[in-house]
Ligand binder design. Structure first.
Ligand code: GCB
Length: 652
């Protein structure tokens, strides 16, 4: 039985998106340059100060946003994008909890400040966790959540006087509470024989370092005052005709015309349309195929949108071009299908994490990671455990790397974190996430959470509501969350389309005993499948491994143990993938930083690559397996050749 909507999509697509869209307020299109739009990145050095005062509120009491930061006290140079934690030598800053202040001046082109037909927008790609923004001392935005972008229209401010620059101040608070996503708690330690007065620690229930700061690009961009605010595209296939359903939202005027034009990769126009909503038909369409599933994976068309509007000042035009991949996604009782063909996820879980910059976006790191993914023969990853930078998603579209897009719902284990306050926030985060990532063909499934306490009583209502809401926002994609609960106790799995299960046999349980893995893993799969008859992904498995540690016979933490453990998992995965297991995602792509604890030797070491992206022995094992899987599961075209181009099998 088809659980996906692919069949009915041709007819219902645009209509259903209409319903979904009604829930979202405003668009969040990626800022692209065009004939009508400019962008100015504000990356580089910002002034910075952490508020070390006892109550962390000195910055507000003294209104640090009113005057340049240098006038209210000493400041540091802080790179953006970057986490602030690891760039300095001050241990207090590494573990700082509370408000930090960023500031920089931006010089604006004359046209931006003088042309009242220009709209100037400040966009912050990610500020972890809570941010307040002022421009020239005036409050312009506030945002909760560290992994999704937010914007402020600052036209009025920068166009109100003879200004050629503006001062941007951003205060950021990284404190996590039971109602934030991810949740956390602040624990005050009041025993004065052990702790100084006012001593507190931030506790979390997730396993990565709570890096903070301006993690992604901060930029200014322009549009005309009547502008294309949002575009939503969904696709389907009818025989060999591609169907592109589009819906466009315009702000600033009610009197406008819209023209859309779909171009192929050679720049030829393949379909045209008019109006704010419609369907384009593309005969003999090139489908968007995942990496290694087709000779020409990741085919992208370009949807050129042109808006013309009549305003008081005359005619204005706005142009926006959106990459579009034509593909379908569907789920059956035992398969995950892309373009009607069974798809097997062979990939990784990642983190945004690296030396020095922490979670700060970095192009060289991004390109290196994608080169490693392709070397590995990985066709998928999960954005564990929060939405990644938009540029990451764009590369997935371009390379055909399939994405399970996960929300920051990680570590939801406290009863308070299942309250209505938390649920309401989680619903809003899903709205922001779907709004940002809905047009990426690479995104094939939403994951609303990782390892919540889904056996607790309130989890049933919480996840039923959350998953239903996500499906209402986007009826075109399956929805899941990742469980580590017992199959009999889990109250949330009834609502998912695909069961994603994490297990660490012979690591956290029966440690040192690899001989029990096969039995335990087979039991895990069989129990879940018998109960639910839904496809299953092994969404995490792995072993802590310190590169360079060798022990034969294998001992825990050695490279041999990591390999041995993976091999045991693979025996069972090879049996069950013939039935209903539709994917395997190793934990983790690379070693990454965590809080300090007796279980962590400078971070989590379950990477198959080190934090510096050098392979451990397990990387070679997995590479052999993934290329073999690619050959077995490819849809058509010639065999996937492990061609030696500089010893790397990047191409067919
Ligand atoms: C898990 C979590 C992941 C941890 C991993 C581990 O189940 O989902 O965030 O890092 O286990 O290594 O313990």
């Amino acid at each position: 039985m088809l659980r996906g909507l692919a069949g009915a999509w041709a007819v219902l697509g645009p209509l259903l998106w209409g319903c979904g869209l009604a829930l979202l307020q405003g668009g969040m299109l990626y800022p692209r340059e065009s004939r009508s739009r400019e962008r100015k990145e504000l990356d580089g050095l910002w002034r910075f100060r952490a508020d070390f005062s006892q109550n962390r509120r000195q910055g507000f009491e003294q209104q640090w946003y009113r005057t340049p930061l240098r006038e209210s006290g000493p400041s540091l140079d802080m790179p953006v994008p970057s986490s602030f934690n690891d760039v300095g030598q001050d241990g207090r800053l590494r573990s700082f909890v509370g408000w930090v202040w960023y500031e920089r001046e931006a010089t604006l082109p004359q046209r931006w400040t003088e042309d009242l037909g220009t709209r100037v927008v400040l966009r912050i790609g990610s500020a972890h966790y809570y941010a307040i923004v002022w421009v020239n001392g005036v409050h312009v935005a506030e945002h909760e959540g560290g992994h999704l972008p937010f914007e402020a229209d600052i036209s009025k401010l920068v166009q109100s006087g003879p200004l050629s620059s503006c001062r941007i101040t951003i205060a950021i608070n990284n404190t996590l509470s039971p109602h934030t996503l991810p949740p956390g708690t602040i624990l005050y330690k009041t025993d004065t024989s052990k702790y100084p007065k006012g001593y507190f620690v931030q506790n979390t229930n997730f396993d990565f370092f709570n890096y903070a700061g301006l993690h992604r690009t901060v930029l200014l961009y322009t549009t005309p005052t009547t502008y294309i605010d949002d575009i939503t595209v969904t696709t389907d296939v009818d025989q060999d005709t591609g169907l592109v359903n589009y819906q466009i939202v315009v702000q600033g005027s009610e009197h406008f015309q819209l023209e859309v034009c779909l171009l192929d990769e050679e720049g030829r126009v393949v379909a045209k349309g008019t109006g704010g909503r419609g369907q384009l038909r593309v005969p003999s369409a090139h489908l968007w195929w995942p990496y290694l599933m087709h000779e020409h994976p990741a085919y992208l068309y370009s949807l050129e949108v042109k808006l013309t509007a009549q305003t008081a000042a005359g005619f204005v035009s706005d142009f926006y071009t959106l990459p579009v991949g034509i593909r379908t996604v569907a789920v059956t009782e035992s398969q995950f299908r892309i373009n009607g063909k069974p798809f097997y996820f062979h990939g990784v879980n990642k983190h945004e994490d690296a030396d020095i910059r922490g979670k700060g976006f970095d192009w060289p790191l991004l390109v290196k990671d994608f080169n490693l993914l392709r070397w590995l023969g990985a066709n998928a990853f999960r954005t564990s455990h929060y939405p990644y930078a938009e540029e990451v998603m764009q590369l997935c579209d371009r390379y055909g790397i399939v994405v399970i897009d996960e929300s920051p719902g990680v570590g939801i284990v406290l009863a308070q974190s299942f309250s209505n306050v938390s649920l309401q926030h989680h619903l809003e985060v899903m709205e922001e996430m779907v709004r940002r990532d809905k047009n990426h063909p690479a995104v094939v499934m939403w994951s609303v959470a990782n390892e919540p306490a889904s056996f607790l009583k309130p989890a049933g209502y919480y996840f039923k509501t959350l998953i239903a809401h996500t499906k209402a926002l986007d009826p075109s994609r399956p929805v899941t969350f990742v469980t580590n609960s017992n199959y009999e106790a889990d109250l949330a799995v009834p609502y998912v389309d695909v069961i994603c299960v994490n297990s660490y046999y012979s690591w956290y349980h029966d440690y040192g005993h690899m001989e029990v893995i096969q039995l335990q893993l087979a039991t895990q799969f069989e129990s879940w499948y018998k109960t639910y008859q839904k496809p299953i992904i092994q969404s995490e498995y792995g072993a802590e491994t310190i590169t360079g540690f060798h022990e034969d016979p294998p001992l825990m933490f050695s490279e041999e143990y990591q390999k041995g453990l993976l091999e045991q998992y693979h025996v069972v995965l090879d049996q069950k993938r013939k039935e209903y297991v539709v994917g395997e995602l190793i934990w983790n792509f690379a070693d990454f930083m965590t809080d300090q604890s007796p279980q962590r030797a400078i971070g989590n070491r379950k990477g198959i690559f080190t934090r510096q992206r050098q392979p451990k022995s397990a990387a070679f094992l997995l590479r052999e397996r993934y290329w073999k899987l690619a050959n077995e599961t490819k849809y058509h075209g010639s065999a996937v050749k492990s061609q030696c181009v500089g010893n790397s099998p990047f191409t067919f």
